[in-house]
Design a protein around this ligand. Structure first.
Ligand code: GUN
Length: 295
C-alpha cells in the first residue's frame, strides 16, 4: 500500500517545532521574529490566505503586521509602504500577496523588497544565490517539498528526480534545491518531447505543471515517490450541477496503486506552504539579527 504523505500533519509538526524555536529566541534574546504581509485589493482567496498567515504567525509566537491597500493604489505608494517595512528594524520578513492588480509591475515590487527580508524568496538576489549554491531565502513551496522528501528518505544523493514545470516559483528553485542535495535532476515541462518516458525514469516525480490530472499511472515508475504541487479547480458534475472540486496534476486514484508514497490534493503540499513561510521568517530574523537557531 502506498504511503499517503499528509501535508496537514507535516505542517502541524513543523509549526510545533517552530513554536519551540521562537520561545527559545524570546528567552535568549528578548525578542521574536516579525512578519509583515501586504495585501492589495479584495481578492477573496488572497484575503483568506492573508488571514491564515496572520493567525498562524501569532500562534507560533511571532509578531504579525498586516497592510491592506486599495486595489486602485498607485505603484509608487505601494513601493513607499515596502520601503517603510524595509527600514523598520522590527520587521524581519515581508510578503506581498500575489496576484497584484494589472496596473502594477509585480516583479518591480518584489525586487523592491530587501533581499534579507524576502521570505517568499522571489527576489532576483535570492534566486541568484540559490542558483549559485549560496545561502538564500528559498520559495516556500519547493522548500516544503524538500523538507518532506528529507523526512521520507534517509538519503537523497544520487536519486533520479524529474520536476515537471519550469516556473520561477516552483520548478526552477525545486531543481536547484535538489541539485544541492546531489540528486540527478531533469526539468521537464508541458512541451517536452517524450514526457511520459522521461517521467518513467524518476525515483522522485514532482508535478508542478498546472494541468489537471495530466500525470496518469503510465508516467510513473513502480515504487516512485510522487509530490503533486498542482492545485486545479475543475467541474465536478458528480457532486451536482455547477459544483467544482480541487485536483492535482497527478491522477491520484490510479497513481496511488503504483507509488511508494504520494501527496494528495487537497491536503498534500498546499497546507505546508504557510508553515514553511514561518520557517523562512525565523531564518530571516536569525540571519539579520545574528541570532543562533537550530532550523
Ligand atoms: N499567492 C498565492 N501563493 C502565494 C505565495 O506563495 N506568495 C505570495 N506572495 N503570494 C501568493
Amino acid at each position: 500500500m502506498a504511503k499517503i504523505l499528509d501535508g496537514k500533519v507535516f505542517a502541524k509538526n513543523l509549526r510545533d517545532e517552530l513554536k519551540g524555536i521562537v520561545s527559545i529566541l524570546r528567552e535568549e534574546y528578548g525578542n521574536v521574529p516579525g512578519l509583515a504581509v501586504v495585501l492589495v485589493g479584495d481578492n477573496p482567496a488572497s484575503e483568506v490566505y492573508v488571514r491564515n498567515k496572520g493567525i498562524q504567525t501569532k500562534e507560533c509566537g511571532m509578531r504579525s503586521y498586516e497592510h491592506k491597500l486599495a486595489s486602485t493604489v498607485q505603484q509608487d505608494d505601494l513601493l513607499k509602504v515596502i520601503k517603510q517595512l524595509n527600514d523598520d528594524p522590527e520587521v524581519d520578513g515581508i510578503l506581498v500577496q500575489l496576484p497584484l492588480p494589472n496596473h502594477i509591475d509585480s516583479q518591480k515590487v518584489l525586487d523592491s523588497i530587501d533581499p534579507e527580508k524576502d521570505v517568499d524568496g522571489f527576489h532576483i538576489i535570492n534566486a541568484g544565490r540559490l542558483a549559485t549554491g549560496g545561502d538564500a531565502l528559498v520559495p516556500c513551496t519547493p522548500l516544503g517539498c524538500l523538507l518532506l522528501l528529507k523526512d521520507h528518505f534517509d538519503e537523497l544523493t544520487g536519486k533520479n528526480v524529474v520536476v515537471i514545470g519550469r516556473s520561477n516559483i516552483v520548478g526552477k528553485p525545486m531543481a536547484a534545491l535538489l541539485l544541492r542535495e546531489s540528486c540527478t535532476v531533469t526539468i521537464a515541462h508541458s512541451k517536452s518531447n517524450n514526457l511520459e518516458e522521461i517521467c518513467q525514469r524518476a525515483d522522485i516525480l514532482i508535478a508542478a505543471v498546472g494541468k489537471p490530472e495530466m500525470i496518469t499511472k503510465d508516467f510513473i515508475k513502480k515504487g516512485a515517490v510522487v509530490l503533486d504541487v498542482g492545485i486545479n479547480r475543475i467541474a465536478a458534475p458528480e457532486k451536482g450541477p455547477g459544483k467544482m472540486k480541487l485536483v492535482g496534476d497527478v491522477a491520484f486514484h490510479e497513481a496511488k496503486n503504483r507509488v511508494e508514497a504520494i501527496t494528495p490534493v487537497p491536503g498534500g503540499i498546499g497546507p505546508m506552504t504557510i508553515a514553511v513561510l514561518l520557517r523562512n521568517t525565523i531564518q530571516a530574523a536569525c540571519n539579520r539579527r545574528a541570532w543562533k537557531c537550530d532550523l
